[in-house]
Structure formats: structure tokens, C-alpha cells
Design a protein around this ligand. Sequence first.
Ligand code: SAM
Length: 747
Amino acid sequence: MHIEQNGNNTSKTTSRRNTSTSKTIFTSTTTFDYPFDPLSNVESQLKSCQIEPYVSTDTVETAAAADEDDERAEMVNGSMEGYPLNPLGLKMIKTVDRGRGIFATRDIVVGTVLEKSPVLVLSMKEWEEGKMNSSLLGEYAFSWNNGGMAIGLGMASLFNHSSTPNVNYIRSFPESTITFSTSRPVKEGDELCICYNADESKLWFIPSSTIPNEPTYNDVQTHQPEESAFDALFMDDDEVLNKPRLKPKNSIVNMTQRDRRRLRFLEKQAYENLNGDSNDFNIEKSLKSRSVDTKGLGRDEQEKIIISETPSESSTPAYPEMEPITTALPAPLHSIPGSRTRHQHMGPVVLSPELDLDVEDKGLLGNGVVQRVRGTTEREEDGDGDIEDLIDIWAVEVIDNSSTHVALAISFSKDLCGQDISLRHLKRVHRPQSNGIGDSKCLVAVCLVETISFSDLVNQLQSYSPSLAHCIPIRLSVPSTGAKSPQQLALKAPIWPVVYSPRTPRPSDSKEWSHPRRAFIYAGLNRVLHLAREAKRKGELPVAVYCTAAPAQLWPVMEGFVPPTMGLRAEAIDTRISEKHPLRHSAFNCIAQIARLRTVPPFSNMIPTRNGADYLLTSLTLFMTHEPCVMCSMALLHSRVREVYYIFGRKQGGGLGVGEDLGISGSEDIVESNVSVEGDDEFSSVRVEGDDDEGKGQGGGVGEGEGGKFGIGGRKDLNHRFEIWKWTGEVDEETKKELEIDEMIQI
Ligand SMILES: C[S@@+](CC[C@H](N)C(=O)[O-])C[C@H]1O[C@@H](n2cnc3c(N)ncnc32)[C@H](O)[C@@H]1O
């Protein structure tokens, strides 16, 4: 076969079809005067990415005449002006699976402007009234400003989609243009693609692979990929319960235009696959007479279709009834035979036996206590640590030798912002000793900076009293909360005097615990020790987890406490060895087990509540042999566990420990007698006496190097907190040895 080039230029290009193979293979030589060879090497590239050249209907003289049995083998042919598309040698080629596309005929460096395409802009009203979205144009429009849409002219509408695009585009609203440029180096033969939507589930078609050598959809199906890192957390309630998926209440009538287009596209594809021709395809007819094969649709869409297959008696089916058809639409991964076995590692849903709380039995534990591991937030609440955040306030400076001025300023402040609780922790008057203001002047706190502007405040002062007219507001950063310990008071008072309210004593270890609480903890810790030993005998890592609801008498007395789901109990061991999967950590396995338990009666009968009482590990207690790794600690946090007890700290990568600064003891550290706070008198200052070091760091902690340093259970920068307790006492020697795990292994 040969293709002749027509037009002003007399150059000629020859292309031969290799008939020895069913695939289209071209070789070419060229005598173009153009500075590139539009056909060179492209064909072999095309072959590798399963695309075929575009057949132009405008062709003046094409090889199609010589080879009519295979139109798709034709190259674009026409005048020199019409081919290639621009001086960069870009070509429009028809692909098998995604229509026309733009291809490079030579290497293009990153950042090259491919085209500045003009666009036709339609306002939102024009677009909607013209029902453009449901027409073919819907597939070609770019979203524009003010809700409008733009139809790209030039090459703009021919770029196909890729999730790993090699072309960026920038819209210019004032110019009504879109500039396309390469976002990475492009090789000769590559298709040039933009990304329509990073979330491919939102596309109205199933994207095929566009980048050469990228695995195609079909490749993906035949070579099932490894499970994603978080598959262990996925539940498949069908599998557990062997019951059909719940149908959503909303039916297909809620489909967006985009959903409709996607369905139309899929339906059209199905029709093509069945009939080999889509020219006489009519979506409405098709929908009436056929059923859509839901393979290839997202789960939501499948559910919608399920509804349409079983229309409710009371309502008109929103989607026409359809007969099943067999189509070649690609099957989603989860429906491929065998692929569902990915959940089999979890085995059946098992409710673990209860703990035996009747006897106070220390079992494999010897003497010792569990100690609280405090994260940064808890330490701050306990009165340790640095000063918390500061807030900005307006203050006014007044002469201190006249109580009239000070009283006036205070009453102004009260009148202006007296109700503002965000300043309650501040004393109203500050008499700094060493800031140059001198003894005769003091500062009166007025209000938060954000409540009033400087100029408004000046005006207010002037109109309040002539005595305050001369006061210039000063902006100051002051502590955002009061002091909870003498140490905090010592740090905060020099900045601005604050209210001192010692924290409620909170036990830092189990010494004072009630008998039932100790029994519960010993039973939990013993359970995991036994489970871990069993795990070792099975050839697994000797790590175990047990999760349950604490007896009601042990629930904390605090506002907003969400009671745990009673009777919910799960245990898990680490199965990364037997399952040859690096993420089968025991905590992960346990969370997954709880998740699955929540899908079966009686737990599935729980009515969801706004406080999330039915959510994963909400308010549950978890026991672990070893400190969990950072990944598992975060998973526990996200699962909203209430408290975690563990026995062995992990120096390398433990997620719960707080490094060498672990714990100080409870209320006994506070030496109130050292502090003199002169009431809550607004005119008084605060004096802190005595030795600052007193009361610091007593009570011991879990100890240096005994655990990680991230304190994931008690951080201010994370959105859930849980109590962390570590067993610091003895463990039966043999068990301890048996449960030893290399520090480099993440638990
Ligand atoms: C803006 S047009 C792109 C040019 C189009 N291929 C043509 O021949 O006119 C968008 C349409 O191209 C197709 N398309 C684009 N990217 C695709 C991809 N990665 N896989 C499959 N089809 C794609 C879809 O049919 C889509 O509706």
C-alpha cells in the first residue's frame, strides 16, 4: 500500500502494509521538505500501543483506494497544509479504543507550547438551554468561568484523557483561549493527553490506557495486582452475610447529566460490541429493550441499575426494565472469579470469648503497675510543658497612681467586652515590672484584637470618657489559657497574669485502681500474652491484640462520653508471615475483625448515631503485647479507640510512646503552697514564689528508650485522643523471651 501526498508540495510519502501479520505495521520513507518526517517510526509506536491511524474522509487520494478492505489502515492524507496539524508535526490519528487522538511524530521537550487554541464560550444558561451536555458537544466542552462552558477549537477538543497526562493546559478567560503545553518530555509516537479529571470514576467513559507501555485495562484484569495496602480494612459484607447489597433509597432519577452520559457511553459500547455498529444505536430504544451489563460501572451506578431491574411496585421505574445481554464490557476487578478470595484471609467473623474477670489473676504478669503514657496535649493539661498558644488582645496603658483611671479603664473594658469568655482566664490588670512603663503605669486588658479595629477602639475610648481620650491601644500577645500548675504559672504570669486553676488529679499509674479495674487489665494483658504464644507456635510473629468494651463500672465519668458497644469483642494475631503480606499487622487485623463484626447481628442492628457510637472501635479498650507501629497507631486513632494497654515498648518506630520524657506523676507534683495568687481581684497582680524546679519530673515514667516517641494517642495536631497505658512490671521470663521480636520489625 502506498499513500500519496497531494497538494502544493510535491513531496511523497510511501507507506507499506506488512501483510504477514494481522496487525497494522507501517514502514515509511519520506521526501518531505518539512523539517520532520511525519511518518517516521510512529507506526511502530502505534503498534505497541494498539492504535490505528485515522482515516480522513477528505482524503484526495489515499491508499484506501488500493486497500479498501481495511479502512482503518489509512493515514491522514490531503494537502500539505492540512497535514500535519502544526509545525511541531503533531498528528491526529484514530485509535481503536478512544477515537481520534493527537500524537507526536518526534520527541518534544518539556514545556513546549503545542497550541494556543481559541474556544467558543457558552454561558451556563446557553449551555443548559441548548441541552448541549446531552449532545455530542458534552464530550468536548471545557468548564469555563461563571459556570459557563467552552468548546475548544483547533486541537483542543482532540486531546484524549490520561490519568498520567503529558500535556498541561491553561485557560485564559479574558482571551478565550486554552494554551496546551507539554508537562514532561514526550517521545516520538507518544499520544499527547490531558487529564480530564483526576478522579476517573467521574468520567463518563471508561478510560483506556493512553500512554505507551502503560498497562491497559485488560492487562490489569488478567494480571491481578497486589491488593492495595489498605485492603485489609475493607469489608465485604456480602461475603460475610451472603446477602444482597442494600439498595440505596434514591433511584436513578437522581443521576446527574454526567452520570447519564457515562451510562449512555457504556450502553453504546455494549451495543457496538454486540452489533458491531453503533450508527443505528438509539439510547432510548436500547434502554427500553435491553439491560445494561453493570460490569464496568462504579458501585453506585451498579446499585442504581439494580434498582431499575427490580422496580418498586409503587413507583414508575425510573430506569426502563432491561433484559440481560452479554457484552464485552470489561469486568470490574471485584467480580472476577477468584478475586474475592482476597478477603478469605480473614476467615469467618468470630466473636472472641469474654475475659474472665471473676478472679484477680495476674497470670503471666508479675509485680508491677501499668503507667500512663502522656502525649503532648495531656502534658499540657497536666500543667507540664511549654506555654500553649498565645492570643492577641488590645490593652490600654493608664496611670496607676490614680485608681480612678484604672477603674475607668476596667469599666470601659467590661462594657465593651465584659461577656467575652475568651478572656476569662486573664487578669484584667497587668503591672509589668521591667518594660520601661514604670511603676506609675499599668496595662488594662480591653478585648480581643479581632473584635474591634484600632480606630474604632480609639473612638470608643474618646467617647467613653475624656479621661481615657488620651489612651492609645496597644496590641499584645498573651497566653490563651490559664495556668494549671505552678510551672505554667511561672511561665505565663510574666507575659500577662492569668488565673490559676490546678488540674483535677489524674492517676498516672494503676496503684490506686479499683479491684475490678485491675482484674480487667490483668485479664486483657494475659489474654494477649497467651494469644501471642499461640501465634508463635503457628509460625507467626508473636504479637497479639484483644479488643473489648470495658465493664460499665469502669467507664469514665465525663460529659460527652460515648458508651462502647457492649459485647463486641475481637482478637487478632499478626499474620504477615502466613499471608505473605507486609500489612497484616495484628492491630490492623483486629480493626478489620471488629469492622466485620459490626456488619452482622446483633451489632448490625445498632442504629447509627451522630456521635458515632456504632463506629469501629469507638470507646473500646484494646490490649496489645507490643507497642503498635506508627501506621497501626494511626489506624487505632482513626478507629476511635478509647484506651490502649501494651506490654513491650518498641524503640524503633513504636507509635504510642513519647520517648525519654515519658510521664510524670500525678497531682502530688503540684506544690500549691509555693504559689501566692491574690484572689481574682482585677486590680491585683500575681506573684509566683519558690523554686520553679520543685514538682517537676517526679513520679517516674515508663523510662527512656522503652517505646516510640510519637505519642500518637495524645497529640494536639490529631483529631482524636486515646489513653495509652504501658505495663512496666514483670512478665514471666519464659514468655518474655518467647515474645521477643527484633527491634527493626514494625509491629
Ligand atoms: C474531547 S474528546 C477527545 C477526542 C475524541 N477521541 C474524538 O475522537 O473526538 C473526548 C472523548 O474521547 C474519548 N476518550 C478520551 N480519552 C479517552 C480514554 N483515555 N479512553 C477512552 N476514551 C477516551 C471519549 O469518548 C470522550 O468522550
